[in-house]
Design a binder for this molecule. Sequence first.
Ligand code: UDP
Length: 319
Amino acid sequence: MKILILGVNGFIGHHLTKRILDETDWVVYGMDLSDDRLGKNLQNPRFHFIEGDIAINREWIEYHVKKCDVVLPLVAIATPKLYVEDPIGVYNLDFEMNLNVIKHCVKYHKRVVFPSTSEVYGACADPEFKEDESYLVVGPIQKERWIPFNWVGPRLDSLNTAKEGSSRVVTQFIAELLMKRPISLVDGGSQKRCFTYVDDGIAALLRILENCNDVCKNQIINIGNPDNECSVRELAHMLKKLFMEHPSHRCDGTYSEIIEVPAKTYYGEGYQDIYTRKPSIEKARTLLGWSPVIGLGDSLRMTLYSFLEENEPLVRSEE
Ligand code: UDP
């Protein structure tokens, strides 16, 4: 099978590429603005990488959509701070640029495995979000998409995005701990999320790509871990404890304090939070025979250890 991954150097793209190359005989064609997360996969003869921009390299994209069996468009801005700061930029990239890709897929009758932000469920009041029943902001769309719920893991965000305050909550908190800055609980931190370790998510995604007996055709599938639910406040305390127990930081003496910040101060005007976001994964269990296996403690520990390993030298060199 030949797979086209746009945004192949992103958090999900590079983890997926590694697993595909390690565990299958599939061929991956990938494009991204840079290749720093792809490591030795760049040398794999089944991986063909081009440095490029989906807004510019349109002919390359069309040619490869035609050539491949499945297309995974993973290029998107998915950080809440940027939704507030640059909504037009987000719309342009996330919607308009991806629409061009989808038009090629329609033209060449190619299978698209489309990622959807879990924000499509909006402020849905259901205790567990169900793909075909829960109210979606844009209404149910009966086309293939998979919905990741707060995936975490190595190389989720860079230290630079965290410095700007625009990384996802787990990496933002870890970066604050590393830089000895306060951890901000937006509006008190009682909002809850379910954190999914990336290896679990990728395992589900591989089964969607495999698509045995066409079971995923036109299906929306949540990929999350409902058992890993915690509030943002609990998350802050868990990460602080893990950080304080880390061999390199046990003797630091001073640690970040945990403070409360109004959303308006943290994100600016116009930010709307979602208070709970818990996926039902019955569909993924039934269709894919998949269940997540990595618990919250392990997910946070592995994400924290890897973030520190990668970024500690950078922080030290700036001191
Ligand atoms: N959040 C927080 N402090 C931070 C960053 C985020 O309290 O420094 C909160 C944010 O308001 C949201 C949750 O953590 O309620 C998760 O934020 P994230 O950016 O990871 O994305 P979301 O899950 O909302 O899409």
